[in-house]
Structures are given as structure tokens and as C-alpha cells.
Design a protein around this ligand. Structure first.
Ligand code: HEC
Length: 128
């Protein structure tokens, strides 16, 4: 009887440990390299204008799921001033070729999220 109790305690402990192991495996499913962290940090600096993960909901171009070759060509054009821009020449100038390629790859992998055009809303006041 005692043995069964110990066994069941043990097996539930093992179960817990396995559960925690599973949890930690699930959480570490995406292990980033230092280079990937660097790319994501750079990408975060683009989010103020281009939206989270490049999903702009304003007039700023969407970067999510953008073709990497197009992305690189635009960034190089901003850098060498062959494409005129309001702000992008400044942002592109601070990036080296490797960073531009990594960002191109990163944004090309992001899912594009479309949003319906925002409609004007009529606010109704109800006085009771
Ligand atoms: C201050 C706002 C702002 C920030 C920050 C910013 N961008 Fe831009 N981006 C723009 C605007 C506005 C345009 C349109 C061109 C222009 O007027 O400069 C643009 C255009 C682009 C384009 C061209 C898209 C196309 O299809 O033609 C790319 C690529 C791009 N940005 C990448 C980036 C990356 C990468 C970063 C971060 C390192 C970044 N941008 C940060 C505002 C911004």
C-alpha cells in the first residue's frame, strides 16, 4: 500500500517534471542567434512608421511579406539617393549591406495582415 502511494507520488512528480520540460521546450521553440536578435532590434526601430512586424495600417508602405529583392533594391536606392525620399535615405544610410539583407529576409517572412479601411463612426449620445 505504502509502495503504491510512493509510486503514485513519484509518477505524479515525474509527470510534473515532464510537463515542465514540455513547457520549457515549447517556450524555447524559437531560439534566436545573436545576429537574429540584432536584426529584430533593427526591425523594431522601423515599427514606429511601418507598423509591428512591418504591418503598417497607415500610408507608410507595408514591409511585411515584401519581396526581399525589391526590399534590398529600395534600401540601396535610398542609400545612394537614386530614389528620393522624405525620411528613408536617413534610415538606410545607417545600415550596412548585411543588415539590409537580414532585414529584407526578416520582413519577407512576416505575415501580411490587412485591415479594412477605417470608416467614420457616428457617436450617439443617449440621454435617459
Ligand atoms: C520615420 C518613419 C520611418 C521609419 C522609422 C522607417 N521608415 Fe521606411 N519608409 C518611411 C516612408 C515615409 C517611406 C516612403 C518613402 C519616403 O518618403 O521616405 C518608407 C519606405 C520604405 C521602404 C520602401 C518600400 C517600398 O515598397 O517602396 C522600405 C523598404 C523601408 N521603408 C524600410 C524601412 C526599414 C527597414 C526601416 C527600419 C530600419 C524603416 N523603413 C524605418 C518611413 C519610415
Amino acid at each position: 500500500m505504502l509502495r503504491i502511494t510512493i509510486n503514485s507520488v513519484l509518477s505524479s512528480l515525474v509527470g510534473c517534471t515532464a510537463l515542465f520540460l514540455n513547457c520549457s521546450i515549447a517556450h524555447s521553440a524559437e531560439t534566436l542567434t545573436t545576429a537574429e536578435i540584432h536584426t529584430r532590434t533593427l526591425a523594431a526601430s522601423c515599427a514606429a512608421c511601418h507598423g509591428t512586424n512591418g504591418n503598417s495600417h497607415s500610408t507608410t508602405p507595408v514591409l511585411a511579406n515584401l519581396d526581399a529583392t525589391h526590399f534590398i533594391a529600395q534600401m540601396q536606392a535610398f542609400k545612394n539617393n537614386s530614389r528620393s525620399s522624405t525620411v528613408m535615405h536617413h534610415h538606410a544610410a545607417g545600415l550596412n549591406n548585411n543588415e539590409i539583407e537580414q532585414l529584407a529576409h526578416y520582413f519577407s517572412q512576416q505575415k501580411r495582415i490587412t485591415s479594412p479601411a477605417l470608416q467614420p463612426q457616428v457617436l450617439e449620445t443617449i440621454h435617459e
